[in-house]
Design a protein around this ligand. Structure first.
Ligand SMILES: Cc1cc2nc3c(=O)[nH]c(=O)nc-3n(C[C@H](O)[C@H](O)[C@H](O)COP(=O)(O)OP(=O)(O)OC[C@H]3O[C@@H](n4cnc5c(N)ncnc54)[C@H](O)[C@@H]3O)c2cc1C
Length: 468
């Protein structure tokens, strides 16, 4: 039986980053992936393809809605969905082949097949070519990710009642798309098809979309998506979906007055979250029992109950985000190599790639209130930014929350142009425990969207914003 220092099961951003870091640290590493391409959900059917389609649909939307104001006139504008999807597929292909290259460069053994524990440190790989091998690891990292989940009354059939995976490969733009679930994936994929002309309706159980974000961001996002054409049915519980021919009927009940609504769509996107993926992993053979939410329980070192067996990414507690999985991949590799790494979970940023984008780091205002923490707040709207006016991206704002006494930044929340990139400045500032005044005193190039963060920080410092 071949023995490795580290066996990694799953090649998403958690697994492949762990593999590279292990190899950099001189550990003999093998990675097992059941699909034919590496990169997991993120590269194949998640972050990368969804962003490719968001960008394409945004170009179309701008061409049909804002170009004229910019003085650019087009005629015969139309969507070629086949080409749009084919470009997306090319982006995915280039990205996953980049991971193949990195595995070779770092001399990591790759087995394409399904990995199953046969003991705490032994794994059987049923390879995609039909053969089977047994391997042994001094350490094992479980990085098997997640898969879409559903709600009672909704059976995903991948034809017209679909998940994000099928939504990335539709052959036609839906005329009417019903989205079940007001979370990030629903808002992003809903935006893609709304921009391409679909009438999008969202049914959400709670009273906020993108729950978990600072409420001010969720409210503003709902406002801009409503302008884009979304219809929201908040605080409604879906009870039934029925498909007949090319149409699906969705029934839902209002939580406030018990009234039933009935929506018809040619497609229904089920975006009610994702669940940890541990099918046929043989966890019982390893001696690992799942928690009440079907996650693999781990301690602060991401180690399971079995010493030397770790789990990272979507399959454990915490946010289901690619960069969280990556950070844990590096973290565990360094622990195995005897180092003392650290992850600051509070400072893992959270982003929604709608337009405008939403991005957030640190405590929300609701959390600070619940903790009775004395804080101050500064806010700056993009409509007061010269850069935003120049590009016609004036929706949204930046909000900075700082400790009332020390001025230390506690949270930064933004909805606006390029917020996904801009949040990095806030993460760096908070990682170095900067005060709001520190950001306010740092030179920000003019004109840039980032000046809005400086202005919001000045606002939080002492109501010192200049341009408002
Ligand atoms: C539409 C969509 C958009 C998203 N957009 C973003 C975004 O913009 N930003 C962001 O941060 N996150 C985003 N996410 C979430 C992100 O994709 C996940 O958080 C991330 O992929 C988790 O990484 P992971 O390594 O834990 O698992 P995964 O990426 O799910 O990878 C797990 C891999 O393990 C393999 N596997 C499972 N079991 C076995 C086994 N027994 N043997 C061998 N292989 C196995 C699976 O085939 C899979 O390839 C998005 C998700 C979706 C669905």
């Amino acid at each position: 039986m071949d023995t490795f220092d580290v066996i990694i099961i799953g090649s998403g951003p958690g697994g492949y980053v762990a593999a590279i870091r292990c190899a950099q640290l001189g550990l003999k590493t093998v990675i097992i992936e059941r699909y034919s391409t590496l990169g997991g959900t993120c590269l194949n059917v998640g972050c990368i393809p969804s962003k490719a389609m968001l960008d394409s649909s945004e170009h179309y939307y701008n061409a049909s809605h804002t170009f004229k104001t910019h003085g650019i006139e087009l005629s015969n504008l139309k969507v070629n969905l086949e080409q749009l999807v084919s470009r997306k597929n090319d982006v995915v292909k280039q990205t996953v082949s980049g991971i193949d290259f990195l595995m070779k460069k770092n001399k990591i053994t790759v087995f394409n097949g399904h990995g199953t524990f046969t003991g705490p440190k032994t794994v059987e790989v049923k390879k995609n070519d039909g053969s089977t091998i047994q391997i042994e690891g001094r350490n094992v990292i479980i990085a098997t990710g997640s898969k879409p989940s559903s709600v009672p009354g909704v059976t995903i059939n991948k034809k017209r009642i679909i998940t994000s995976t099928e939504a990335l490969n539709l052959k036609e733009v839906p005329k009417e798309l019903v989205v079940i679930g007001g979370g990030v994936i629903g808002m992003e994929m809903g935006s893609v098809y709304a921009r391409l002309g679909a009438k999008v309706s969202v049914i959400e159980f709670t009273d906020t979309i993108c729950g978990g974000f600072d409420k001010s961001l969720s409210k503003e996002l709902q406002k801009v998506l409503t302008k884009l054409g979304f219809t929201f049915y908040m605080q409604h519980k879906v009870t039934e979906t029925t498909e007949k021919g090319k149409s699906v009927t969705v029934k839902a009940t209002s939580l406030s007055d018990g009234k039933e609504i009935e929506l018809k769509g040619d497609y229904v996107l089920v975006a009610t979250g994702r669940k940890p993926y541990t099918d046929s992993l043989g966890l019982d053979k390893a001696g690992i029992v799942l928690d009440e939410r079907n996650r693999i329980p781990v301690n602060e070192q991401c180690e399971t109950v079995i010493p030397g067996v770790y789990a990272i990414g979507d399959v454990i507690r915490g946010a289901m985000l690619a960069h969280k999985a990556e950070d844990e991949g590096t973290f565990v590799a360094e622990i195995i190599a005897g180092q003392k790494p650290h992850i600051n979970y509070l400072l893992i940023p959270n982003v929604v790639y709608t337009w405008p984008e939403v991005a957030s780091v640190g405590y929300t205002e609701e959390q600070l209130k619940a903790d009775n923490r004395a804080y101050k707040s500064g806010s700056f709207p993009f409509k007061a930014s010269g850069r935003a006016r120049a590009s016609m991206d004036t929706e949204g704002f930046v909000k900075v929350l700082a400790d009332k006494t020390t001025d230390e930044i506690l949270g930064v929340h933004m909805i606006g142009p390029r917020a996904a990139d801009m949040i990095a400045e806030a993460v760096v500032a908070m990682e170095f425990r900067a005060s709001a005044e520190d950001i306010g005193r740092i030179s920000h190039a003019h004109p840039t969207f980032t000046e809005s963060l400086k202005e919001a920080a000045l606002g939080a410092t002492d109501n010192r914003a200049i341009h408002i």
